[in-house]
Design a binder for this molecule. Structure first.
Ligand SMILES: *Cc1c(COP(=O)(O)O)cnc(C)c1O
Length: 364
């Protein structure tokens, strides 16, 4: 399979420039304070797939509405997957992304679980280069700013029967992103959802698919009602899974680190990278089942000295409290989370040596 990928002929993208692209002054105005996920660049990438023709009609075109048949399978049965990855501007003006082959591979794993076609890694990387080629000026240069890239794939075949779609679309859109936290990184309050599950054994928890997010919205609303910022989910055995969109990491007094592992957790690339940096510093990392009881006992005894959440959008967020219907446990705040955050973002923004070869330049 891998040898197939390397021999793949590159896609030949047709490029249609957006004649209504915003002028530089307007773009610069947006980039001063881009927020998150509300403004989009002038172009998008799309590639079609059909059971007969494979991947075809690769295009770069003006950003705009997608026309879909009302019977498109995604609207009825949710056959959809996505990714989230950022492009960073370095001090010399160059544009880089971080471990994109990991996102490509995860998109392939998600595709497999949702019975969608495999987008070859090379095509995925090409799509990132194509969007930067037309919209590279949209990569902001302010502190903690980036261009958030959102690749996604969905079943567009007009057919109400239930089976894997034979017509699929892959898109890539881009959205300038500011610092996730206005006014510094603040510890979050986490609501323990005891009535709702995010995923089940053998389910789609390990795939990055919209359905997982749809089912997290009600518990998330419940969390907000209880004065919390995010939800943490447990599996059916009482083991900690993750937040709706971020992985969780526990730091112990003796320096070892534990993070939950199971087939119902989405394997974050941010987590993997932070834990690699921690191992480089001499920390031992265990990836295993981790129960709520271990969490609560560890905090009560002082064995656990820090708990944090991580993901591409917010990078690292310390957890300040675990709240449920029956208890509220204040969480200890340490220094490792923020120190790893700084090391990781230093690499991403080119301020520190990229020893692991994680960066890929996109604008050359
Ligand atoms: C995307 C995502 C994460 C974080 O993954 P990163 O690769 O670090 O961005 C964690 N949990 C869920 C459910 C996700 O969808």
């Amino acid at each position: 399979m891998t040898s197939n990928d390397t021999e793949l002929a590159p896609l030949e993208f047709s490029v249609t420039k957006n004649l209504a692209a915003r002028p530089a002054a307007q773009r610069e105005e947006v980039l001063k304070s881009p927020g998150f996920g509300t403004t989009f660049t002038d172009h998008m990438v799309d590639v079609c797939w059909s059971a007969r023709g494979g991947w075809h009609r690769p295009r770069v075109q003006p950003y705009g509405p997608i026309s879909l048949d009302p019977a498109a399978a995604v609207l009825h049965y949710g056959q959809e997957i996505f990714e989230g990855i950022k492009a960073y501007r370095h001090a010399d003006g160059s544009v880089h992304t971080f471990r994109p082959e990991k996102n490509a591979e995860r998109l392939q794993r998600s595709a497999r679980r949702l019975a969608l076609p495999k987008l070859p890694t090379e095509y995925f990387l090409q799509s990132l280069r194509e969007i930067i080629a037309v919209d590279g000026d949209w990569v902001p240069s302010g502190a903690d700013q980036s261009l958030y890239l959102r690749p996604f794939m969905f079943a567009k075949e007009a057919f109400l029967g239930v089976r894997p779609a034979q017509k699929v679309a892959y898109y890539l859109i881009a959205s300038p992103a500011g610092s996730y936290f206005t006014g510094g990184v603040k510890p979050v309050r986490i609501w323990l959802s005891e009535t709702h599950a995010r995923a089940g054994k053998g389910g789609t928890g390990a795939a990055k698919t919209g359905g997982n997010y749809a089912s997290s919205l009600l518990p998330q609303a419940e969390a907000s009602d209880k004065g919390c910022d995010q939800v943490v989910f447990l599996d059916q055995d009482g083991n900690v899974e993750e937040l709706g969109g971020m992985n969780v990491v526990f730091v112990f007094k003796d320096g070892h680190i534990v993070t939950p592992q199971s087939d119902s957790i989405l394997e974050g690339i941010t987590r993997d990278s932070l834990l690699q940096l921690a191992e480089d510093r001499g920390h031992t990392v265990e990836r295993r089942a981790f129960s709520l009881k271990e969490w609560r006992d560890g905090v009560a005894s002082g064995d656990i000295v820090e708990v944090f959440a991580c993901g591409t959008a917010a990078v690292v967020t310390p957890i300040g409290a675990l709240v449920s219907a029956g208890f509220e446990d204040a969480q200890p705040i340490g220094e490792l989370a923020l120190s790893l955050r700084e090391e990781l973002t230093d690499i991403q923004y080119g301020r520190r040596e990229d020893k692991h070869g994680w960066l890929l330049r996109l604008d050359a």
